[in-house]
Design a protein around this ligand. Structure first.
Ligand SMILES: NC(=O)c1ccc[n+]([C@@H]2O[C@H](COP(=O)([O-])OP(=O)(O)OC[C@H]3O[C@@H](n4cnc5c(N)ncnc54)[C@H](OP(=O)(O)O)[C@@H]3O)[C@@H](O)[C@H]2O)c1
Length: 223
């Protein structure tokens, strides 16, 4: 039977490339975006609406998923925002926007659908090296960095709660040419497809439960 994956934030960037890579690896993919549109033509791709800033939208998504009546093999919490990625100091609007999506929405979504993840399945939180406290040598992007540290803590919490039930990890996708920050397309090192290929290598490997992984350099990160 085909394996099934949920990828949040599949409309563009890393989530879009990951969805294509999963389809190429014969997964059935449920991809989400706020509009419900995913620009991928494939009969095994199901596009669903999800706005992580809205409890109602999360509830509707969970109900739609129940209607699919499928056990999920892989949940990839990829959707994320970074409005203060190039800001030296935090501001309230980007702090709220960042934490609503990267932390609160991601946690609430996961809690509302985790029972639909098959025992032995995987949960991958797309974090960032910028969430590592051990590697932090700069002072900007305050909300973004803190949101990814908080997401890493959630990975640890889930790993403790579901030890022996699911395999769970935080992953850094590398520095990727997407529109998450204004200069990423010009300066970043990896195309979304290159990042997705590296992330797929990790997902398909027998990775250690509860790990924080740098997909760009293929090594474990310190929290
Ligand atoms: N690019 C990098 O160098 C890099 C490095 C480290 C980590 N990351 C992480 O990788 C993940 C993907 O980033 P990306 O670079 O691919 O960014 P991106 O191209 O901006 O894509 C972000 C995705 O998140 C979705 N999204 C945004 N707001 C949302 C909301 N309120 N509810 C639900 N979905 C929402 C977007 O979908 P819609 O707008 O269509 O709804 C889009 O599909 C993020 O978690 C990011 O922090 C990226």
């Amino acid at each position: 039977m085909k394996k099934s994956a949920i990828v949040t934030g599949a409309s563009k960037g890393i989530g879009w490339a990951l969805s294509k890579a999963l389809l190429e690896h014969d997964f059935e993919v449920i991809g989400t975006s706020r509009s419900g549109v995913i620009p991928i033509e494939h009969e095994e791709l199901h596009a669903l609406k999800l706005d992580l800033t809205s409890g109602e939208s999360i509830g509707n998504f969970a109900n739609s998923l129940k209607a699919f009546d499928k056990q999920i093999d892989l949940l990839i919490n990829n959707a994320g925002v970074g409005p203060d990625l190039r800001s030296p100091l935090p501001d309230e609007a980007s702090f709220d926007a960042t934490f609503d999506v990267n932390v609160k929405g991601t946690v609430m979504l996961t809690e509302s659908i985790i029972e639909m993840v098959k025992k032995g399945g995987m949960i991958i939180n797309v974090s960032s090296k910028m969430g590592s406290i051990a590697y932090c040598e700069r002072s900007g992007a305050v909300a973004y960095r803190m949101s990814k540290s908080a997401l890493n803590m959630y990975t640890k919490i889930l790993a403790n709660r579901y030890d022996g039930t699911y395999k769970i990890a935080s992953i850094h996708p590398g520095w990727v040419k997407t529109t998450i920050a204004p200069d990423n397309i010009e300066h970043a090192r990896l195309s979304p497809e290159e990042s997705a290929a590296k992330m797929m290598d990790f997902i398909l490997s027998d990775f250690r439960h509860g790990i924080y992984w740098d997909a760009e350099t293929n090594q474990e990160l310190e929290w």
